[in-house]
Design a protein around this ligand. Structure first.
Ligand code: TYM
Length: 329
C-alpha cells in the first residue's frame, strides 16, 4: 500500500478552502492508502500566535478531522510537536537548503510583502518549507495531497530529497504532490481572483465553525459580475466560477452538469442554492464537532497517533544521523 501524508497548520480558524482543498481529499483516500494526517502546530509558530488561540485551534482541527470522517483505526492522526523528530530533521533540512531556493517560495514572498519593515520578518517564515520537507521525508510518503498553494513546497521537498540522496546515498522516498481536479484553489467570496485564506478578509472567507447565518450572508453577498449568465469562466467570471467550483466539490457533480442544471437562474437564486448546499454540509459537520469535543476521544486519538508516527520517524531520523556522521554506526 502506498503511503500518503498531509497536514494543516492550526493558525486562525479553518476555512472552506482547507475543507475542500485538503480535508475532503484526505477522506477520499483513507481506504486506498496508508494515510498519515497531522496537525502542523510547529508551523503555527512561524508568525506570532496567542497560546490560548493555538490550543483552541488545535482542538478544533483534530475535532474537524474526526468529524469529517477520518477514522483513527485506518488513519494515523497526530500532532507534529508530539513527534520531536520533525524539529530535528527540520534543522538538518534547513542545513541542506539554499537561501536562494527558500526566498523563491511564492508564499514567503506574499507573506513578507505584507510586513513593511524587512528587519522584522520572522526567520520561521523563511525556513518553514525546510520543516515541511522534514514532515514529509520522515515518513517515506509517496503522495502528498495539498491545495495548489502548497504544491511549490512539495516540489522543493522533492529537490531536497534528491539532493540528500545524491550526497549521502539513497535515504528518502521522493514524494509527489496530489491536487484535486476541482477545488485545489477555492477563492475569496469578496475578491474571487484571490485565494480564500485564514488571513483574508472576513467577508470573503467561510469558516467551518462559524454561525451559519453569517455563512449564508457571505455567500449571498459574494462578488459576481453583470453578465447575468451562469457559466464557468475563471478569467471573466471568477465569482460565479468560484461558486460553481464550491458546489461541484461539495456535491460531486461535474461543473458542466451544474451549468446545465442552473441555466436561466438569476444570480440571487443561484447564490441561494450555493448557500443551502454549503450550510447543510457545515451544519452536519458542526454538530459532529460538538459531539466529538464532548466525547473525550481527542486525547486518546492523538496519543495513539503520536506513538505510531514516532515509530517511523525515529527509524528514519536515526538512519539520517548515521548517514551524515552524527552517529558512529
Ligand atoms: P495550510 O494550513 O495553509 O493549509 C492546509 C491545506 O489546505 C489547503 N488550502 C486550500 N485549498 C484550496 N483552496 C484554498 N483556498 C485553500 N487554502 C488552504 C492547502 O493547500 C493545504 O493543503 N504548510 C502547510 C501545512 C503542512 C503540510 C506539511 C502539508 C506542514 N507540513 C506536510 C502537507 C505536507 C500549510 O501551511 O497548509
Amino acid at each position: 500500500m502506498k503511503r500518503m501524508l498531509s497536514g494543516i497548520k492550526p493558525t486562525g480558524q479553518l476555512t472552506l478552502g482547507n475543507y475542500i482543498g485538503a480535508i475532503k481529499q484526505f477522506i477520499s483516500y483513507q481506504e486506498e492508502y496508508e494515510l498519515y494526517i497531522f496537525i502542523a502546530d510547529l508551523h503555527a509558530l512561524t508568525l506570532p500566535i496567542d497560546p490560548k488561540e493555538l490550543r483552541k485551534n488545535t482542538k478544533d482541527l483534530i475535532s474537524v478531522y474526526l468529524a469529517c470522517g477520518l477514522d483513527p483505526s485506518k488513519v494515523v492522526l497526530f500532532k507534529q510537536s508530539d513527534v520531536h523528530e520533525h524539529a530535528e530533521l527540520g534543522y538538518i533540512m534547513t542545513c541542506n537548503s539554499y537561501m536562494g531556493e527558500l526566498s523563491r517560495m511564492t508564499q514567503y514572498k506574499d507573506k513578507t510583502a505584507k510586513i513593511s519593515d524587512n528587519g522584522s520578518i520572522p526567520t520561521g517564515i523563511f525556513i518553514y518549507p525546510a520543516l515541511m520537507a522534514a514532515d514529509i521525508l520522515l515518513y517515506d510518503a509517496d503522495y502528498i495531497p495539498v491545495g495548489l498553494d502548497q504544491k511549490q513546497h512539495v516540489e522543493l521537498t522533492r529537490d531536497l530529497a534528491i539532493r540528500f540522496n545524491n550526497r549521502y546515498s539513497e535515504t528518502f522516498v521522493v514524494p509527489e504532490p496530489v491536487t484535486s481536479k476541482t477545488g485545489a484553489k477555492i477563492n475569496s467570496l469578496s475578491n474571487p481572483e484571490k485565494k480564500m485564506s485564514k488571513s483574508e478578509s472576513e467577508k470573503g472567507t467561510i469558516y467551518l465553525l462559524e454561525d451559519l447565518s453569517i455563512t449564508r450572508k457571505k455567500i449571498m453577498s459574494a462578488v459576481t459580475d453583470c453578465d447575468a449568465t451562469i457559466r464557468y469562466d475563471m478569467e471573466n467570471k471568477p465569482g460565479i466560477s468560484n461558486l460553481l467550483t464550491i458546489i461541484s466539490a461539495l456535491t460531486g457533480k461535474e461543473i458542466d452538469a451544474l451549468v446545465q442544471e442552473y441555466q436561466g437562474l438569476g444570480y440571487g437564486e443561484f447564490k441561494k442554492i450555493a448557500a443551502d448546499i454549503v450550510c447543510s454540509e457545515l451544519e452536519t459537520l458542526q454538530n459532529k464537532v460538538k459531539e466529538i469535543q464532548a466525547s473525550g476521544l481527542i486525547e486518546k486519538v492523538l496519543e495513539e497517533g503520536a506513538q505510531k508516527a514516532s515509530y517511523l520517524a525515529r527509524k528514519k531520523l536515526s538512519k539520517v544521523y548515521r548517514k551524515i556522521g552524527l552517529r558512529q554506526n
